[in-house]
Design a protein around this ligand. Structure first.
Ligand SMILES: [Zn+2]
Length: 214
């Protein structure tokens, strides 16, 4: 059971402050966008790929550059199985605790790694770790062609006080047309996420949603 009401959705006043950042996809369609942050890692990501294949769902993976460098074959597999890959910085930097020059260098290091491992054009999708950036960092990202992608449904799959049923109920409660839903292919989130993911997909399919990439 969820006993308190943490932030699942970003208030519209904050969304206004972060104009030009993507909070939701196409609002006019009965569709959702599944996203997975922090991978790829061998303990979790292959199972996510198998679940997505089972349901013929494509998703967007915001990868940490350090993981891409460690597991290049896995990163290539994410792409070859039809999913999108975006930049999540090289060292999973927190924007508010980093200078803009450090943040830019780390983002560029991730991009260089993605390019050399994937041999594919950049998606120019960027998700800031923890969802927070300084204005100057966002300005740099946008002026260099990045689409900053946030979300409107945070599953809290990484939260040890949550069960898979809690994760499912968050998605059930907050998903609407065009929702961008955040999961994590990380060790911390694995138990909740891997257990909830098939149920989430089945529920959303029953509700008539189709799954899109960004
Ligand atoms: Zn992250």
């Amino acid at each position: 059971m969820i006993h308190f009401r943490p932030l699942f959705q970003i208030p519209s006043c904050l969304q206004h402050l972060y104009r030009k950042v993507l909070w939701r996809g196409d609002l006019s369609c009965r569709c959702v966008y599944l996203t997975f942050d922090d991978g790829p890692i061998p303990d979790v990501t292959p199972t996510v790929l198998d679940i997505l294949d089972q349901y013929r769902v494509k998703a967007t993976f915001f990868c940490v550059g350090d993981n891409v460098a460690r597991y290049p074959d896995l990163a290539r597999e994410v792409l070859s199985r039809g999913h999108q890959i975006g930049n999540h910085t090289y060292h999973h930097l927190r924007g508010l605790q980093s200078t803009t020059s450090t943040y830019v260098a780390d983002t560029e290091q991730c991009e260089t790694t993605l390019q050399s491992v994937l041999h594919a054009p950049s998606s120019h999708l960027f998700r800031p770790p923890h969802g927070r950036t300084r204005y100057a960092q966002r300005r740099w990202l946008m002026s260099h062609g990045y689409q900053v992608v946030l979300w409107d449904v945070l599953t809290h799959d990484y939260n040890p006080s949550y069960t898979p049923a809690d994760v499912l109920s968050v998605v059930q409660r907050y998903t609407r047309n065009g929702s961008i839903i955040v999961f994590h292919d990380s060790i911390k989130a694995a138990d909740n996420m891997l257990s909830a993911l098939p149920q989430v997909i089945e529920m959303l399919k029953k509700q008539g949603y189709e799954f899109r990439t960004l």
